[in-house]
Design a protein around this ligand. Structure first.
Ligand code: C2E
Ligand code: MG
Ligand code: MG
Ligand code: MG
Length: 276
């Protein structure tokens, strides 16, 4: 790689970059094998339907319990796993584990799984999804796949085709982190998704009653025109809840309702909610 770089490019190489590179290499080495050592777990965060105030969905969020470093969050290791290709086996494990967990929940509670664009390049995700559903005995309609718009913009045009296939089989497609990328109206029209999830950065800026987020409000206008229901993520306060409710979001997710919790804790909460 170094040889292919332009002459003199080493001058741009700062010791900090070398340190970051070493840390990346170490993480990559530790990541391979972490799955078989059983160091990964899923955390589960409830998604609440605003009209009924009931938990109608749960998002699976990947956690790495490193033997020495403790808890490592996805922002740190997902990019590494994507680059090395390990995201393929990791992603398959997430799908399988999440679907198995959902078997124990009430039938109207859906499971959301995040899927990285790289998983479309590394294999046929239709087979991975099919296997996960079959092994858990779960109908496709219980599974939501969360993809970011980078999947739609990727070079690999077939990923759009693959997603539409999955949707035809009954899987629910969610466009995650909406508003942070191109957020183009035209592809929302051509690429069929079922739900738009507005990025938490918009919600976090709402602090006091009367605060407004024009871009968020524009997204709500655009999705309403397209008949697309919206989930608000990162709702932490009552003020934010009132705001997203008033704007017409159908569902919300965030620390105001619940943090991501263990499978055991989630089941306790699902029972508690249905009794309430
Ligand atoms: P995401 O899919 O947008 O997930 C939402 C993130 O917001 C999660 O962070 C969640 O813990 C956090 N969150 C939820 N409610 C609140 C809140 O009220 N306030 C704040 N400040 N944060 C909140 P997390 O678990 O660290 O995951 C980060 C990202 O990593 C996810 O963003 C997703 O893109 C990715 N990710 C997580 N699990 C997986 C996975 O299994 N596979 C893949 N490919 N990506 C994953
Ligand atoms: Mg997500
Ligand atoms: Mg998101
Ligand atoms: Mg995100």
């Amino acid at each position: 790689v170094a040889k292919s770089k332009a002459r003199g490019s080493y001058r741009l190489f700062h010791p900090d970059m070398q340190r970051a590179d070493e840390a990346g290499r170490r993480l990559r080495a530790e990541l391979s094998g972490a799955l078989t050592r059983g160091e990964f777990a899923l955390a589960f965060q409830p998604i609440v339907q605003l009209a009924s105030q009931r938990i109608v969905g749960v998002e699976a969020l990947l956690r790495w319990h490193h033997p020495e470093r403790g808890l490592i969050l996805p922002a740190e290791f997902i990019p590494v796993a994507e680059e090395s290709g390990q995201i393929a086996s990791l992603g398959a494990w997430v799908l399988g584990t999440a679907c198995k967990a959902a078997r124990h929940w009430p039938e109207d509670v859906k499971i959301s799984v995040n899927v990285s664009p790289r998983q479309f390049e590394l294999g046929d995700i239709r087979l991975v999804v099919g296997d996960a559903l079959a092994a858990a005995g779960l109908p496709a309609s219980r599974l939501k796949l969360e993809v970011t718009e980078s999947v739609l913009l990727s070079q690999n045009a077939s990923s759009i085709h693959v997603l539409q296939d999955l949707r035809e089989q009954g899987v629910i497609l969610v466009l995650d982190d909406f508003g942070t990328g191109y957020s183009s109206l035209s592809y929302l029209d051509t690429f069929k998704v079922d739900i738009v999830k507005v990025d938490k950065s918009f919600i976090s800026r709402i602090r006091a009653p009367g605060d407004r987020q024009p871009i968020f409000e524009a997204i709500m206008g655009m999705t309403a025109a397209l008949n697309l229901p919206v989930t608000a993520e990162g709702v932490e306060t009552r003020v934010q809840l009132d705001y997203v409710t008033r704007l017409g979001c159908e569902w919300a997710q965030g620390y105001y309702f619940a943090r991501p919790v263990s499978e055991y804790e989630l089941r306790r909460r699902l029972q508690g909610f249905s009794r309430a």
